[in-house]
Design a protein around this ligand. Structure first.
Ligand code: 1CP
Length: 348
């Protein structure tokens, strides 16, 4: 579709833009009273599987704040059901029958998004029709390693020892499972692109648990394969977020993504030092900064914007998901600060 590129898209390409675009990881969620009110009436799974509800939740933060992008309300675990793995939420994901053997891994089927998770594309269509034209809609999936973490562990964990063990004890089964997840997520992302998403994001929330050599050996090949499968089907911008992966950035440099998301533990200038000035970055305010005074928050925004200078493009975000006890008024202040402080600085 022919249309004017959004500020978000211009920032990613490094084109002239009126301000730095901003969105917030987990912007649709529990810190918003309107989300909590809706969730009193309907459980999380039903909300993700009912397009009208998922679209409404996606749009909630967009009505409150002048954010530059919306992110589809769903979960990285949502498509796994379509691969033969039932997932419950309490409130994090729970898989009652985790994958612990090569036979269990081999029993999973490739995802056919249209047949098994049609509600996701339908949500994208509804949101895109209702969202402001000058805001981008981000579709997303989990990255293969992070999904393997939940599949093998059976739920959340601090250390994810079971998947890290699986990678070493059953390397062939692990490689096959990662490949299946990568191919499936590429199809899943493409189905969101086809439905009208403006950008696609891969969340690698737990990849920081791996050392660089293990990442290079077990994860880089499947990331390359996943990224090229997405690239074959679309030229939408692709964002990769290797959470807590500061020590992995040399490996990440070789991945052909448009934007690398950086968590708050790595200064953007340090990330640029490894990834180079041509790599657009996303991030990376500490979510806890929203609990400081307005003066401190404003200064922290200034620091992130200054750190980003020198990179081709920058999308302002937190360095990880917003905490559920955050005051929404602080989010309003943050978004205004990003827009005000960056106004005019990136026009050519
Ligand atoms: O209402 C509730 O009680 C459910 C809480 C909740 C929400 C609001 C979960 C369960 N997921 C979500 C939405 C969600 N999850 C989005 C929506 C869009 C937005 O960002 O606004 C997105 C993008 C996700 C992605 C997601 N889910 C990630 C990747 C990002 C990250 O935080 O690293 C991960 C790791 C998950 C798993 C998950 N789902 C839910 C929870 C509580 C968790 C974390 C579990 C854990 O601690 O391991």
């Amino acid at each position: 579709m022919d249309r004017t590129p959004t500020v978000f898209e211009r920032a990613i390409r490094g084109d002239s833009r009126p301000h730095t675009p901003v969105w917030i990881m987990r912007q649709a969620g529990r810190y918003l009273p309107e989300y909590r009110a809706l969730r009193k009436k309907v459980d999380f799974l039903t909300a993700t599987k009912t397009p009208e509800l998922a679209a409404e939740i996606t749009l909630q933060p967009m009505r409150r704040f002048p954010l530059d992008a919306a992110i589809l309300f769903s979960d990285i675990m949502t498509p796994l059901e379509g691969m033969g793995v039932p997932v419950e939420f309490n409130p994090g994901p729970v898989i009652s029958d985790p994958v612990r053997t090569p036979a269990q891994a081999a029993a999973l089927r490739p995802l056919d998004p249209a047949a098994t998770v049609p509600f996701v594309a339908e949500t994208v269509r509804i949101v895109r029709a209702e969202l402001r034209r000058d805001a981008a809609l981000i579709g997303f999936s989990g990255a293969p390693f992070t999904l393997l973490c939940y599949l093998v562990e059976g739920g959340g964990s601090k250390e994810f020892m079971a998947p890290r063990r699986f990678l070493r004890a059953e390397p062939e089964a692990a490689a096959k499972l990662l490949g299946l997840l990568g191919d499936s997520m590429a199809q899943y992302l493409l189905s969101q692109a086809q439905a009208g998403a403006d950008a696609l994001m891969l969340f690698d929330s737990w990849v920081g648990l791996l050392d660089a050599e293990t990442y290079r050996r077990h994860v880089v090949p499947v990331m390359r394969r996943t990224i090229s499968a997405v690239r074959e089907g679309t030229n939408l911008p692709l964002i990769y977020f290797p959470n807590r992966g500061g020590h992995l950035l040399e490996e990440v440099r070789g991945l052909e993504v448009d934007v690398v998301g950086i968590d708050w533990t790595v200064p953007l200038s340090t990330a640029r030092g490894v990834l180079g000035p041509n790599q657009s970055l996303q991030g990376n305010l500490d979510p806890a900064a929203l609990f400081g005074s307005e003066t401190e928050l404003s200064a922290a925004v200034g620091t992130v914007l200054a750190e980003a200078r020198g990179s081709r493009g920058h999308v302002f975000n937190l360095g990880h998901g917003i905490n559920r006890t955050t005051d929404p008024d602080r989010v309003a202040f943050l978004v205004d600060q990003v827009h005000e402080q960056s106004a005019g600085a990136l026009e050519t």
